[in-house]
Write a protein that binds this ligand. Structure first.
Ligand code: Z5A
Length: 206
């Protein structure tokens, strides 16, 4: 089985940048790698992603409907992409996974934690990542980076700072005392963060 590594954090924390660099390094040392993301990763999942990010639907999602769409994308992703890749022996680097639902829909949107946990298990057949890297930045830094990138922000990004604080605290709280997680300070340089991630990969998997 390959190693299953997920990346989490509030928006703009730098996950995608780090996944790309880790993926390139792993390929350079001879590993086979699948880089993928949630919501998305399959044709159906990408259509669900488009629906979830549709600006015309701003304010139209109930928290439960939103959660079920993320979980539908995840179930498809697990069965069609992630499990086959891990079984082939590929490493899978996934931009967001079930911890995003735990934190965004559970901790921040207040869907009961036990319901989110049940649906996460249902969608994933309880397959957990071997390692989850949380790239931690403040919510103020998140908003600065998102607004710096483009003038317009989408529905989920429009949530207020207190929502992003709930998300950040949710991540820090699930990571506490759980060896599955590595929390990295995302306010460092891109290369310092990458070095920390590679050190962890070496320590755990090589
Ligand atoms: N969501 C959910 O609610 N429930 C779920 O179950 C799932 C998802 C799976 C998906 O958004 C949304 O869905 C997300 C959670 C929700 N909503 N929010 N908010 P997305 O996929 O469109 O975007 P994202 O995952 O939130 O983040 P992102 O836009 O892809 O950004 P990122 O991956 O965290 O960061 P980045 O693209 O690598 O970097 C962002 C910027 O910062 C960029 O300009 C970089 O050049 C810069 N950057 C990167 N690293 C650094 C450092 N170290 N210093 C300074 N600047 C940096």
């Amino acid at each position: 089985m390959g190693n299953f590594i997920t990346f989490e954090g509030i928006e703009g924390c730098g996950k995608s940048t780090q996944i790309q660099l880790l993926g390139e390094w792993l390929v350079s040392i001879g590993k086979r790698v699948l880089m993928t993301r949630e919501p998305g990763g399959t044709e159906l999942g990408e259509r669900i992603r488009t629906l979830l990010k549709d600006k015309c639907l701003d304010g139209h999602f109930s928290a439960k409907a939103e959660l079920l769409l993320f979980e539908a994308s995840r179930a498809q992703h697990m069965e069609k992409k992630i499990v086959p890749a891990l079984t082939r022996g590929d490493d899978v680097l996934c931009d967001r996974f079930s911890d995003s639902s735990t934190v965004y829909q559970g901790a921040a949107r207040k869907v009961p934690t036990s319901d989110v946990a049940f649906l996460n298990k249902f969608a994933t057949n309880n397959l957990m990542p071997d390692l989850t890297i949380i790239v931690d930045i403040t919510s103020e830094e998140s908003v600065r980076r998102v607004l710096g990138r483009r003038g317009q922000i989408d529905r989920i990004e429009k949530e207020n700072l207190s929502f992003f604080n709930d998300v950040r605290n949710g991540y820090l709280s699930i990571a506490k005392g759980d060896r599955r997680f590595l929390v990295v300070n995302g306010d460092q340089s891109v290369s310092d963060i990458q070095n920390e991630i590679r050190r962890e990969y070496r320590a755990r998997f090589m």
